[in-house]
Design a protein around this ligand. Structure first.
Ligand SMILES: [Zn+2]
Length: 284
Protein backbone atom coordinates (compact mmCIF):
# COMPACT_ATOMS: atom_id res chain seq x y z
CA UNK A 1 0.00 0.00 0.00
CA UNK A 2 1.15 3.49 -0.85
CA UNK A 3 -0.25 6.34 1.28
CA UNK A 4 0.22 10.09 1.31
CA UNK A 5 -1.43 13.02 3.00
CA UNK A 6 -1.93 16.57 1.78
CA UNK A 7 -3.65 19.71 3.01
CA UNK A 8 -6.34 20.87 0.58
CA UNK A 9 -6.78 24.24 2.32
CA UNK A 10 -6.79 26.04 5.63
CA UNK A 11 -9.94 27.65 6.94
CA UNK A 12 -10.92 29.53 10.10
CA UNK A 13 -13.50 28.63 12.66
CA UNK A 14 -14.62 30.05 15.99
CA UNK A 15 -12.42 28.73 18.78
CA UNK A 16 -15.28 28.59 21.27
CA UNK A 17 -17.29 26.36 18.92
CA UNK A 18 -14.30 24.04 18.53
CA UNK A 19 -13.93 23.48 22.27
CA UNK A 20 -17.51 23.58 23.55
CA UNK A 21 -17.65 24.04 27.31
CA UNK A 22 -13.87 24.39 27.74
CA UNK A 23 -13.04 27.99 28.74
CA UNK A 24 -10.84 30.02 26.43
CA UNK A 25 -8.35 30.48 29.29
CA UNK A 26 -7.62 26.77 28.94
CA UNK A 27 -7.86 26.02 25.21
CA UNK A 28 -5.99 29.16 24.16
CA UNK A 29 -2.91 27.76 25.90
CA UNK A 30 -2.81 24.78 23.53
CA UNK A 31 -4.26 26.11 20.26
CA UNK A 32 -3.61 29.57 18.92
CA UNK A 33 -6.40 31.91 17.84
CA UNK A 34 -6.53 35.45 16.45
CA UNK A 35 -8.05 38.64 17.85
CA UNK A 36 -11.47 37.55 16.58
CA UNK A 37 -11.23 34.24 18.44
CA UNK A 38 -10.79 32.37 15.15
CA UNK A 39 -8.48 29.40 14.90
CA UNK A 40 -6.96 27.88 11.77
CA UNK A 41 -7.89 24.34 10.78
CA UNK A 42 -6.36 22.29 7.98
CA UNK A 43 -8.21 19.94 5.63
CA UNK A 44 -5.82 17.03 5.28
CA UNK A 45 -6.91 14.32 2.90
CA UNK A 46 -5.41 10.88 2.51
CA UNK A 47 -4.62 9.36 -0.85
CA UNK A 48 -4.10 5.62 -0.72
CA UNK A 49 -3.06 3.32 -3.52
CA UNK A 50 -3.51 -0.45 -3.33
CA UNK A 51 -3.18 -3.06 -6.11
CA UNK A 52 -6.60 -2.28 -7.53
CA UNK A 53 -7.73 0.98 -5.95
CA UNK A 54 -6.77 4.63 -5.65
CA UNK A 55 -8.72 5.87 -2.64
CA UNK A 56 -9.23 9.49 -1.62
CA UNK A 57 -10.45 10.19 1.92
CA UNK A 58 -12.52 13.42 2.10
CA UNK A 59 -12.51 16.20 -0.46
CA UNK A 60 -12.52 19.57 1.35
CA UNK A 61 -14.97 22.44 0.75
CA UNK A 62 -14.92 22.44 -3.05
CA UNK A 63 -15.74 25.65 -4.92
CA UNK A 64 -19.45 25.66 -5.81
CA UNK A 65 -20.73 28.27 -3.35
CA UNK A 66 -20.48 32.03 -3.76
CA UNK A 67 -17.75 34.41 -2.68
CA UNK A 68 -19.62 35.40 0.47
CA UNK A 69 -19.74 31.79 1.63
CA UNK A 70 -16.00 31.33 1.23
CA UNK A 71 -15.24 34.71 2.80
CA UNK A 72 -17.14 33.50 5.82
CA UNK A 73 -14.92 30.42 6.24
CA UNK A 74 -11.68 32.25 5.34
CA UNK A 75 -10.20 29.65 2.99
CA UNK A 76 -6.45 30.19 2.56
CA UNK A 77 -3.23 28.41 1.65
CA UNK A 78 -3.13 24.64 1.23
CA UNK A 79 -2.39 22.78 -1.99
CA UNK A 80 -5.90 22.64 -3.44
CA UNK A 81 -7.71 19.38 -4.10
CA UNK A 82 -6.92 18.77 -7.78
CA UNK A 83 -3.47 20.38 -7.57
CA UNK A 84 -2.55 18.37 -4.46
CA UNK A 85 -3.50 15.16 -6.25
CA UNK A 86 -1.69 16.21 -9.42
CA UNK A 87 1.54 16.87 -7.49
CA UNK A 88 1.36 13.27 -6.30
CA UNK A 89 0.82 11.93 -9.80
CA UNK A 90 -2.97 11.49 -9.83
CA UNK A 91 -5.63 12.90 -12.13
CA UNK A 92 -9.31 13.00 -11.09
CA UNK A 93 -9.92 10.07 -13.46
CA UNK A 94 -7.36 7.95 -11.56
CA UNK A 95 -9.43 7.97 -8.38
CA UNK A 96 -11.42 4.72 -8.09
CA UNK A 97 -12.94 5.39 -4.67
CA UNK A 98 -13.83 8.42 -2.58
CA UNK A 99 -14.48 7.71 1.09
CA UNK A 100 -16.41 10.53 2.76
CA UNK A 101 -16.11 10.47 6.54
CA UNK A 102 -19.40 12.41 6.62
CA UNK A 103 -21.35 14.96 4.62
CA UNK A 104 -20.55 18.22 6.44
CA UNK A 105 -19.53 20.73 3.77
CA UNK A 106 -15.83 20.93 4.69
CA UNK A 107 -15.47 17.17 4.22
CA UNK A 108 -17.43 16.41 1.06
CA UNK A 109 -17.87 19.64 -0.96
CA UNK A 110 -14.92 18.98 -3.29
CA UNK A 111 -16.44 15.71 -4.50
CA UNK A 112 -19.03 17.54 -6.62
CA UNK A 113 -18.33 20.43 -9.02
CA UNK A 114 -20.18 22.69 -11.45
CA UNK A 115 -20.50 21.24 -14.94
CA UNK A 116 -18.80 23.05 -17.82
CA UNK A 117 -21.58 25.60 -18.53
CA UNK A 118 -22.57 25.91 -14.86
CA UNK A 119 -26.09 24.64 -15.46
CA UNK A 120 -25.78 21.73 -13.06
CA UNK A 121 -23.37 19.57 -11.10
CA UNK A 122 -21.17 16.60 -11.82
CA UNK A 123 -18.78 14.38 -9.92
CA UNK A 124 -15.23 15.73 -9.59
CA UNK A 125 -13.99 12.13 -9.75
CA UNK A 126 -16.07 10.78 -12.63
CA UNK A 127 -14.97 7.15 -12.41
CA UNK A 128 -15.02 6.81 -8.62
CA UNK A 129 -17.42 5.06 -6.33
CA UNK A 130 -18.36 7.40 -3.45
CA UNK A 131 -18.63 5.65 -0.08
CA UNK A 132 -20.74 7.14 2.72
CA UNK A 133 -22.27 5.36 5.70
CA UNK A 134 -25.97 4.61 5.28
CA UNK A 135 -26.62 6.15 8.68
CA UNK A 136 -24.98 9.45 7.65
CA UNK A 137 -26.61 9.52 4.22
CA UNK A 138 -30.12 9.04 5.56
CA UNK A 139 -29.49 11.58 8.31
CA UNK A 140 -28.08 14.19 5.92
CA UNK A 141 -30.81 13.98 3.28
CA UNK A 142 -33.42 14.32 6.00
CA UNK A 143 -31.43 17.34 7.25
CA UNK A 144 -32.15 19.15 10.49
CA UNK A 145 -32.09 22.74 11.73
CA UNK A 146 -28.96 22.22 13.77
CA UNK A 147 -26.82 20.96 10.86
CA UNK A 148 -28.61 22.80 8.03
CA UNK A 149 -25.59 25.05 7.39
CA UNK A 150 -23.34 22.01 7.08
CA UNK A 151 -25.45 19.69 4.89
CA UNK A 152 -25.61 21.46 1.52
CA UNK A 153 -27.86 19.87 -1.06
CA UNK A 154 -25.48 20.64 -3.93
CA UNK A 155 -22.73 18.63 -2.20
CA UNK A 156 -24.92 15.61 -1.55
CA UNK A 157 -27.75 14.97 -4.02
CA UNK A 158 -25.56 14.92 -7.18
CA UNK A 159 -23.71 11.92 -5.72
CA UNK A 160 -26.81 9.74 -5.57
CA UNK A 161 -28.09 11.15 -8.89
CA UNK A 162 -24.85 10.00 -10.53
CA UNK A 163 -25.43 6.37 -9.55
CA UNK A 164 -21.94 6.27 -7.99
CA UNK A 165 -23.05 6.17 -4.35
CA UNK A 166 -22.18 3.17 -2.20
CA UNK A 167 -23.84 3.14 1.19
CA UNK A 168 -21.76 1.45 3.87
CA UNK A 169 -24.02 -0.42 6.28
CA UNK A 170 -21.56 -1.58 8.87
CA UNK A 171 -17.98 -1.49 10.08
CA UNK A 172 -15.86 -3.62 7.74
CA UNK A 173 -12.77 -3.89 5.56
CA UNK A 174 -13.70 -1.81 2.50
CA UNK A 175 -10.40 -2.46 0.70
CA UNK A 176 -7.45 -4.70 1.65
CA UNK A 177 -5.80 -3.05 4.67
CA UNK A 178 -8.45 -0.29 4.79
CA UNK A 179 -11.30 -0.68 7.26
CA UNK A 180 -13.99 1.71 8.39
CA UNK A 181 -15.28 2.33 11.90
CA UNK A 182 -18.57 4.09 12.44
CA UNK A 183 -19.34 6.64 15.19
CA UNK A 184 -22.30 8.90 15.87
CA UNK A 185 -21.58 11.51 18.55
CA UNK A 186 -20.38 14.17 16.09
CA UNK A 187 -23.07 13.28 13.55
CA UNK A 188 -24.77 9.91 13.00
CA UNK A 189 -22.66 7.55 10.88
CA UNK A 190 -19.29 9.35 10.98
CA UNK A 191 -16.72 7.06 9.33
CA UNK A 192 -13.17 6.82 10.64
CA UNK A 193 -10.80 4.94 8.32
CA UNK A 194 -8.38 2.53 10.00
CA UNK A 195 -5.45 1.68 7.76
CA UNK A 196 -2.59 -0.78 7.94
CA UNK A 197 0.45 1.01 6.56
CA UNK A 198 4.19 0.40 6.91
CA UNK A 199 3.43 -2.25 9.54
CA UNK A 200 1.51 0.27 11.69
CA UNK A 201 -2.19 0.80 12.29
CA UNK A 202 -3.36 4.33 11.56
CA UNK A 203 -6.64 5.90 12.63
CA UNK A 204 -7.74 8.93 10.62
CA UNK A 205 -9.56 10.69 13.43
CA UNK A 206 -11.72 13.03 11.30
CA UNK A 207 -14.17 15.05 13.34
CA UNK A 208 -14.16 12.68 16.34
CA UNK A 209 -10.72 13.99 17.40
CA UNK A 210 -10.17 16.92 15.04
CA UNK A 211 -6.90 18.17 16.57
CA UNK A 212 -4.33 17.06 19.11
CA UNK A 213 -5.93 19.50 21.58
CA UNK A 214 -9.10 17.36 21.47
CA UNK A 215 -7.46 14.32 23.10
CA UNK A 216 -8.88 15.09 26.59
CA UNK A 217 -12.24 13.30 26.73
CA UNK A 218 -14.31 16.38 27.51
CA UNK A 219 -12.59 18.76 25.08
CA UNK A 220 -15.16 18.49 22.31
CA UNK A 221 -16.75 20.62 19.63
CA UNK A 222 -20.08 22.23 20.30
CA UNK A 223 -21.03 21.12 16.76
CA UNK A 224 -21.41 17.56 18.09
CA UNK A 225 -24.98 16.31 17.96
CA UNK A 226 -24.63 14.07 21.03
CA UNK A 227 -21.84 15.25 23.28
CA UNK A 228 -22.03 12.41 25.82
CA UNK A 229 -21.79 9.92 23.01
CA UNK A 230 -18.71 11.68 21.62
CA UNK A 231 -17.06 11.26 25.02
CA UNK A 232 -17.83 7.52 25.08
CA UNK A 233 -16.69 7.01 21.51
CA UNK A 234 -13.47 8.92 22.05
CA UNK A 235 -12.74 6.86 25.14
CA UNK A 236 -13.34 3.67 23.19
CA UNK A 237 -11.05 4.54 20.27
CA UNK A 238 -8.36 6.15 22.45
CA UNK A 239 -8.22 3.13 24.79
CA UNK A 240 -7.90 0.82 21.82
CA UNK A 241 -5.33 3.05 20.13
CA UNK A 242 -3.20 3.38 23.24
CA UNK A 243 -3.32 -0.36 24.07
CA UNK A 244 -2.33 -1.32 20.53
CA UNK A 245 0.12 1.47 19.75
CA UNK A 246 -1.91 2.89 16.86
CA UNK A 247 -0.97 6.15 15.20
CA UNK A 248 -3.57 8.92 15.15
CA UNK A 249 -3.72 11.03 11.98
CA UNK A 250 -5.35 14.43 12.42
CA UNK A 251 -7.40 15.98 9.64
CA UNK A 252 -7.77 19.45 11.14
CA UNK A 253 -4.75 20.18 13.38
CA UNK A 254 -2.85 23.23 12.16
CA UNK A 255 0.48 21.93 13.44
CA UNK A 256 0.39 18.21 14.15
CA UNK A 257 -0.17 15.55 11.49
CA UNK A 258 0.30 12.38 13.54
CA UNK A 259 0.93 11.16 17.07
CA UNK A 260 1.28 8.05 19.17
CA UNK A 261 -0.26 7.85 22.64
CA UNK A 262 0.77 7.31 26.23
CA UNK A 263 -1.10 7.01 29.51
CA UNK A 264 -0.57 9.92 31.90
CA UNK A 265 -2.11 10.74 35.31
CA UNK A 266 -4.58 12.94 33.40
CA UNK A 267 -5.55 10.23 30.92
CA UNK A 268 -4.37 9.31 27.44
CA UNK A 269 -2.24 12.00 25.84
CA UNK A 270 0.15 12.38 22.89
CA UNK A 271 3.53 10.67 23.14
CA UNK A 272 5.46 11.33 19.92
CA UNK A 273 4.32 13.84 17.31
CA UNK A 274 5.54 13.48 13.74
CA UNK A 275 4.77 13.93 10.07
CA UNK A 276 2.86 11.36 8.07
CA UNK A 277 5.92 10.96 5.85
CA UNK A 278 7.91 9.88 8.95
CA UNK A 279 5.73 6.86 9.74
CA UNK A 280 8.00 3.86 10.09
CA UNK A 281 7.42 0.27 11.21
CA UNK A 282 6.94 -0.26 14.96
CA UNK A 283 10.26 -0.72 16.82
CA UNK A 284 9.02 -3.77 18.79
ZN1 LIG B 1 -18.16 17.52 10.84
Amino acid sequence: MKAEIFNIANFRVDGGAMFGVVPKALWSRVYRSDENNLMVLTLRSLIIETDKHVILVDTGWGDKQDEKFFRHVHIHNGEGLIEGLRKRGYTPEDITDVVLTHLHADHCGGGVKWNRDRTGYELTFPDAEYHVSRLQWEWAVKNNLREADAFLEENIIPISDSGHLNLVDEEKELFPGFSVRIFSGHTPGLILPVIIYNGRILVYTGDLIPTLAHLPLIWNMSYDIESLRTIEEKKQILDEAWENNYILVFQHDENVECCTLEMTPKGIRAKDKFLFSEITPCPD
